[in-house]
Design a protein around this ligand. Sequence first.
Ligand SMILES: Nc1ncnc2c1ncn2[C@@H]1O[C@H](COP(=O)(O)OP(=O)(O)OP(=O)(O)O)[C@@H](O)[C@H]1O
Ligand SMILES: [Mg+2]
Length: 495
Amino acid sequence: MDTKVVLSLENITKRYPGVLALNKVSMNFLEGEVHALLGENGAGKSTLIKAVAGAIDIDSGRISINGQEYEKITPSLSRSLGIEVIYQEFNLVPTLSCAENIYLCEKSEKSALFNAKDIEKKAANVLDQFGVKIDPQRMVQDLSIAEQQIIEIAKAVSKNVKILIMDEPSAPLSVSEVEMMFKIINQLKEKGVTVIYISHRLEEVFRISDRVSVMRDGSYVTTKNTKDTSRQELITLMVGRELKETYPKRKNLPGDVALEVKNLTGNGDRNLSFSVRKGEILGISGLVGAGRTELAQLLFGAAPIESGEILINGKITKIRSPLDAIHHKIGLLTEDRKGQGLFLEMPIKWNISFPIGQRISKYGVVNTKKEDEIATKYKERINIKTPSLLQQVVNLSGGNQQKVVLAKALAAESDILIFDEPTRGIDVGAKQEIYHLMTELADNGITILMISSDMEELLGMSDRIIVLCEGELAGEVQKENFNQHFILDLASGTH
Ligand SMILES: Nc1ncnc2c1ncn2[C@@H]1O[C@H](COP(=O)(O)OP(=O)(O)OP(=O)(O)O)[C@@H](O)[C@H]1O
Ligand SMILES: [Mg+2]
């Protein structure tokens, strides 16, 4: 194996108010390797790569690229050295087309040569590699989160990249898109590109990486050859203690039908019919673009229904707006935490209690003690890592932001909860807690619809799974018939 060090980090330290985000971190990255970077939410992974990309200034430490030490890394220096970063938070320009986003830099560099048709053709070629049909002329703001992520990847790999840093690239993708991405990563690797790969999906680490490094609480823990370690060992290294991964046992059987959908059509979905019981967890599977999020929007009144019916507790119910949905005690946890899920500039506490403002207020004044109680409960239960509940959400790590979205949905005490990718970007330990919380809710008669691209989680948590394909119901699978291949076949329409 090639052992040329292309990126060397020495004693990198970065402090934020109340948080030592990086504590003397030292690490080496080799030419042509896929190097996975693991750690719990808030461990410092994104901060470390931002330092390499020149997106933040470090307090102390040394960064060398190709043997050359640099006093200060700026974004343009980092890019000129062939470092491309796919950030955890998207960095696309919403009001430009896909093609323009992919070739944005070229456009500004050689504006005289810039040719719309040309970049559209180039973009179409890059997108073709993913086997995803995205029209390069479409505006990025009209794309789903998964499609945006594919544009991000296309943008990075279309450059002359030497070190590709991917911060949770797979989070919004489902199985088949991840496969495409792995193919592209392997092609890059053959060309000698170094890939730094951050993910909370451990099975991916074993699929794609040569080495894996673990961080904990801002500190470097260790680096292993991937083939010499195990899932359990990595979890223990990340969490700092033994952690058993199990899906909680359910106490109660599902009861009466809580939600029934008959021939529901709209928002790109057609003729969907299914029902969910009280205390049942219904998994919703499908590939990117299958219409899962679109279904959630229909049920939550966030998109107009063209035809068909929704019945709640046996009664035909008109849901024309999210307010209607909330009135009928339907809650939605959206997949897009940045766009719809959170008020980023507001404190954590405020975000969690916002939807229940009325319930915890008297004469229009919020009972701050109640507000604190609720926020503190979830902070502790799902381990939101922050020095204070007054912290602005924007300053939290990606996974901790997702925990706030989740806390907000849980605190609302809905009867029917729709979760769209609830554990996306959440670390293994917190995932276990969330699974327990969901199980408790179901045992207490709450109805849960869970859209998830994480197949393990879908199989582990659902009582039943429905599969969507191109906006239609492709099948319904009972627990005794759960099988990953069968579900994937249904999802890809090959069954
Ligand atoms: N701008 C900021 N202001 C204050 N604190 C910050 C800021 N950016 C990061 N932090 C804190 O630094 C720590 C490390 O965050 P970082 O985003 O690097 O974590 P991470 O390992 O990427 O986690 P995740 O898996 O959730 O994405 C966290 O405690 C986070 O709250
Ligand atoms: Mg991060």
